[in-house]
Design a protein around this ligand. Structure first.
Ligand SMILES: [Zn+2]
Length: 181
C-alpha cells in the first residue's frame, strides 16, 4: 500500500505537528506505530477570508471501532449504504482520490462553507487508500438526515465529553458532524 509522510493538512492546528495522542484513550499515536485516524472539521468565514478548524482529533483504531460499534445498527447501515452508493456513482471519476473535491459528491471543497478531512495514519506515516479524503457540507447534510435520534444523542454526548475548544466553536459544531466516516 502506498504511504507517505503525514500531509501537513492533517497536523494538529495548535502544535503544527502530527497528532500525538488518541482523543479517547490517550494512547501515544506516534510512538505506538499503530493505525489511527485523523479527522478535522473546518468552517470557512468568507467575509474574513479565513478557514478555521472547529474540531480535530486523532483516534486510535480500537477506539474508532468501539465508537462505530456503539452506534445504532440502523444509522450505521444507512450511512454505510450511502457511502457505497455514492462511491459506486463516482467510480467513473478520477481513480486517484483528491483532497480538492468531496469524495461523495465530487463538488470542489473550495465551494463548501463547512468541510472535513479524513486521514488514516500509522505512526508517523500516512496510508493512501480511499484515504485521505475530504467531505463537503452537502454530503454532511445528506448523512445527517440518515441518523436516528438515538445516534444524534450519542454524538451529542461524544461532543460534550471530548470537545474542549472555545465556547464559540462549540456553538458552531453540529454534533451530527461527528458521525465517524
Ligand atoms: Zn484510543
Amino acid at each position: 500500500m502506498k504511504e507517505s509522510d503525514i500531509d501537513p493538512r492533517f497536523y494538529n492546528s495548535e502544535t503544527r505537528k502530527p497528532f500525538e495522542s488518541c482523543l479517547v484513550c490517550s494512547t501515544l499515536l506516534q510512538e505506538s506505530g499503530n493505525d489511527y485516524f485523523v479527522e478535522r472539521i473546518f468552517r470557512r468565514v468568507p467575509n474574513l477570508g479565513v478557514t478555521e478548524a472547529i474540531f480535530e482529533y486523532g483516534m486510535c483504531m480500537q477506539c474508532a471501532e468501539q465508537m462505530r460499534k456503539e452506534l445504532s445498527e440502523e444509522s450505521r447501515e444507512k450511512v454505510e449504504g450511502y457511502f457505497e452508493q455514492r462511491l459506486a456513482e463516482r467510480s467513473h471519476a478520477a481513480s486517484e482520490p483528491s483532497m480538492e473535491v468531496c469524495l461523495l459528491t465530487g463538488t470542489p471543497i473550495g465551494d463548501s462553507i463547512e468541510f472535513s478531512y479524513h486521514g488514516h495514519c500509522r505512526g508517523d506515516r500516512m496510508i493512501h487508500s480511499i484515504f485521505p479524503y475530504a467531505v463537503s457540507d452537502v454530503a454532511m447534510e445528506e448523512i445527517s438526515a440518515l441518523l436516528s435520534d438515538e445516534t444524534i444523542d450519542q454524538l451529542d454526548d461524544f461532543k460534550g465529553k471530548y470537545f474542549t475548544g472555545p465556547p464559540e466553536y462549540a456553538d458552531l459544531l453540529n454534533p451530527k458532524r461527528l458521525i465517524p466516516l
